[in-house]
Structures are given as C-alpha cells and as structure tokens.
Write a protein that binds this ligand. Structure first.
Ligand SMILES: Cc1ncc(COP(=O)(O)O)c(C=O)c1O
Ligand SMILES: N[C@@H](CCOP(=O)(O)O)C(=O)O
Length: 463
C-alpha cells in the first residue's frame, strides 16, 4: 500500500512513513493510492465482533507491512483499554429511524480519542524501532489538543506543543490542556482563531529547515493515520444496524472534515452508506460550498459549538482531490487560490461528484440550543452542542427507508455552560476528572507570529 499526496508533487510513502511525515513536502495531504475493497461477506463477518477485532480487520489492509499483525493488534488493544464503555462506540436510539453513535467514552471525552489513542501506540512502536525523537505541533479548536496531550504525555522521546485559540475553547477543554504537569507537554494560547493555529502548523511544515531540525510531526487529521482510525466506527455502527444487507446514512458534525472523510473511505471500501451529511454550525463554508459551488472563507465566528469554529477545513482538500479526478496540480492551484484570494469556484464536474457523496445542512445558535433542549425533554439524552448541530441537520435528512446515524462527537460535560443554558441542568464530569478545576494551569500566550512560535519551540523542547 502506497500513499500519495493530494498535490501530486511529493514522493509516495508507506503507511509508517506517511504517519511519521504528516504533511507532504509539497504541502498536500497523504491519501491511499487505492482504497482496499471489502466484499459483502467480509462486511457481514464484522457484525457482532468486539470493537478491537473490527479495528484490526478494517485497518490491516491500509497498514501494509509497516506493522506486524501482532504489533497492530497490541496497539489496538492498548488504545481502547482505557475507554469507559465495553462497546467503545455504543449506539443509542433517538427516534424510530434515528440513532446516536456515542464517540465520547474515551479518556478526554471526545471522538478524537479513537484515533489519538491508537496513533499514540503506533508512534511509540515506530519511534522505538527507529530510535527517533520527535516534536509534535498540533492545532486545536479544543478537542484534538487534549486528546493528543493524553496520548503522548510523559513520553521521553516526544515534545508536544498544542496551539489553541486564546479565549475560544471551553473551560474544560482549556484545563484538559493546561493542567497536565508532565514536562513534555506545552499548551500555547494563540491570539487568533483556529484557522490561524492550523495555518501556523502548516507553515511550520513548509519551513523545511525548522521541520527537519526539530523532527516535526503532525497529529491533526493532516495525518492519514488519524483518519484511518476513524473509519472503524462507521463499520461497527453500520453492521450493528444491518449492513451489508441494508444501507445506512450518517450525519457528521463537521469542521476540519476529517471525521466525515473517514466515512467516505468506509463507503469507498464497500460499506453500504447512502448519504453522508455534513452538519455545520454558523461557520458554514462547507454547506455553502455544496449548495452554491463557491468555496469562499469568511471570518471565523465564535459559537456554542467551538470545536467546529473552522473556515479553512483541512481535509476538504482530500475530498477535492477525489472530486477533481485525483488531479494533484488542479488541487494545488485551488489551494493557492484559497490562500491568496480567499476562495475559488468548484468546477461543475467536481461539484456534481461532491454532491453524489455528501449532503449538507447548518444549524444556527438558536437551533443548536433548541435541539439540546428538545432532545433532553423528548428522549432524556443530553447532547453536546456539536452533536446537537448534527441531530438538527440529521432530522432534516432522514429517509424513512434507511436508519440515520448521527455521530455524537463529544460529552456534554465538556460544554456545561451551553448545555445548562439550554436545559437548566449542568452536566457533571466523570469522577475521574473531578480534580480538573483544582489543578494549577500552565500555559504560554503567543502572538500569531511564525518566527516567534518557532523560536519558542526550538528553545523549549528537550534536546
Ligand atoms: C466535538 C467535535 N465535533 C465535531 C468536530 C468536527 O470534526 P472534523 O474536524 O473531523 O470535521 C470536532 C473537531 O474537529 C469536535 O471536536
Ligand atoms: N475540532 C478539532 C480541530 C482539529 O481537527 P483535526 O481533526 O484536524 O485534529 C479540535 O477539536 O481540535
């Protein structure tokens, strides 16, 4: 299995190389050269298996001989052993044809743990073999950062720097990043929005001298291994509801497009998915693109679903690569236009291809709050605001012929203010996290200045 760049001008890599490389050296994102195919029998055989076994069977063909079967199994077992639910990703019924896929039972209470816990294990194996030391620099709107810190804290061959937008994450999210006391963890509060944080990370990758000097590595969904780990729960959910004998739809609260792109990969592997519905908050660039054909960023607006306050949606590049017939130079040109002119028109052919795979919708702030309130009253389920965006959009897209599965991407207790404002009840953190509010915080404020951030990283990381 080889991985190629969406911009067509970087060397093809193995799974392990792509995982350790992160952003391709031409600025693109790695994708598999060809997606492995599962037959109906392969898919039927997954029904009822443990999550870990499904994870092994789904990821195995992508991982090639970078990891032995035994090493991959070991990584998967360790990755999910700390989850607070035996099913790992349980399904809960919301209505006659509507299900929630709860992805918040991992250590940091968001779906990011599914991938981050696994890549944490795979990185450790690969670094041990190679005797390498690395510097992880990640951008977060709240959840990736805490999941990355949890997966890599305390390791002596890794420094973790997480850039988050100052004042734009919830208090729980901030404390999850600023209270770990391991010396290899560094929380950086950037004066800017998430797009600025992510642009800074990509600019660091494109500064080859810096990148090579510090051994820069990505744990955002820039990293293909992150996306791959998220493919697994599409299979567990769909087979639990009758796949491959019937198809299912998914609605995905979307920001950086990694989670929904994992669904697209599951579909390309043969999983019978009807619609993949992109659900956005008022930062609705992806919904606007699918409706109008114009991909144009506006300023990031703060919302009660802050993890989705994103306009430059990194993985949309992977979707464009497919929609433009895997033409790397066309994608490189579009990305230049996005950076230089703030957007671009999607060609008619590409738009049609995107619409064949993705539907979309948006939820305003009021609609998000109303959905939290209504679901709480109607079903007793407490939704986090991101999940509520998904549920609102899913309800507009339910086809009576197929079950709709909405991804519940975070635990409501990560966003207690928004949930309390909507329901009158304040969701509590699990007991194991009760000290979060008492521990001292450690954070460095930084301006949105690449040179200064690189200088800080150079000076702070262990040599
Ligand atoms: C809670 C939550 N929901 C949804 C999303 C959107 O996921 P993606 O960026 O993969 O589209 C994020 C962040 O990415 C998130 O943290
Ligand atoms: N919502 C994310 C943004 C980064 O997404 P990623 O999947 O590319 O890591 C977050 O919570 O940080």
């Amino acid at each position: 299995m080889k991985y190629i760049s969406t911009r067509g001008r970087a060397p093809a890599l193995t799974f392990e190389e792509a995982m350790l490389t992160g952003l391709a050296r031409d600025g693109g994102l790695y994708v598999p050269e060809a997606v492995p195919q599962f037959s109906r029998e392969d898919i039927a055989a997954l029904a009822g298996l443990r999550y870990e076994e499904v994870a092994f069977r789904v990821t195995r063909p992508f991982v090639d001989d970078s990891f032995t079967d035994a090493d991959l199994r070991d990584a998967i077992e360790k990755a999910y052993s700390g989850f607070g639910h035996d099913a790992r990703a349980p399904l809960v019924q919301l209505g006659p044809n509507h299900f929630l896929l709860e992805l918040f039972h991992g250590p940091t209470l968001a779906f990011k743990d599914f991938a981050m816990q696994l890549i944490g294990q795979l990185f450790q194996q690969a670094m041990k073999r190679r005797g390498q030391r690395i510097t992880i620099v990640g951008a977060t709107s709240g959840d990736t950062g805490s999941a990355a810190i949890e997966a890599f804290r305390g390791l002596n061959n890794v420094d973790v720097f997480i850039l988050f937008p100052h004042g734009r994450v919830s208090e729980v999210q901030r404390r999850q990043m600023t209270t770990p006391d391991e010396p290899n963890v560094h929380a950086l509060a950037l004066h800017g929005d998430f797009d600025d944080c992510q642009a800074a990370v990509k600019d660091m990758f494109n500064d080859f001298a810096f990148r090579d000097e510090v051994g820069l590595t990505a744990v955002n969904s820039i990293n293909w291994a992150r996306v791959l780990a998220q493919v697994v729960y599409y299979f567990t959910a769909a087979t639990a509801l009758g796949a491959p004998h019937r198809s299912v739809d998914f609605t995905v609260p979307t920001g950086n497009f990694g989670d929904i792109f994992a669904g697209r990969i599951a579909k390309a592997m043969g999983l019978p998915i009807g619609k993949l519905v992109v659900a956005t908050n008022r930062n609705d660039i992806l919904h606007r693109t699918l409706v109008t054909g114009e991909h144009r960023k506006e300023g990031v607006q703060p919302t009660i679903s802050p993890s989705m306050d994103i306009q430059v949606s990194s993985n949309f590049e992977r979707a464009l690569f497919d929609a433009y017939g895997r033409d790397g130079s066309a994608v490189a040109q579009l990305m230049d236009e996005l950076k230089g002119q703030g957007g671009f028109p999607v060609s008619q052919g590409a738009l049609q291809a995107l619409r064949e795979t993705y539907a979309s919708g948006r939820a305003s702030e009021e609609e998000t709050a109303a959905t939290i309130r209504a679901m709480h009253a109607r079903t007793g389920e407490t939704l986090c605001p991101h999940t509520a965006v998904g549920v609102k959009v899913a309800e507009e897209n339910i086809d009576p012929a197929r079950p709709m599965i909405t991804l519940a991407t975070a635990h409501p207790a990560k966003f207690p203010d928004a949930v309390e404002a909507a329901t009158g009840q304040r969701p509590g953190l699990p007991k194991r996290m009760s000290a979060l509010y008492d521990r001292p915080e450690r954070v460095t404020e930084v301006d949105n200045d690449l040179g200064r951030i690189e200088h800080l990283i150079r000076e702070t990381r262990a040599k």
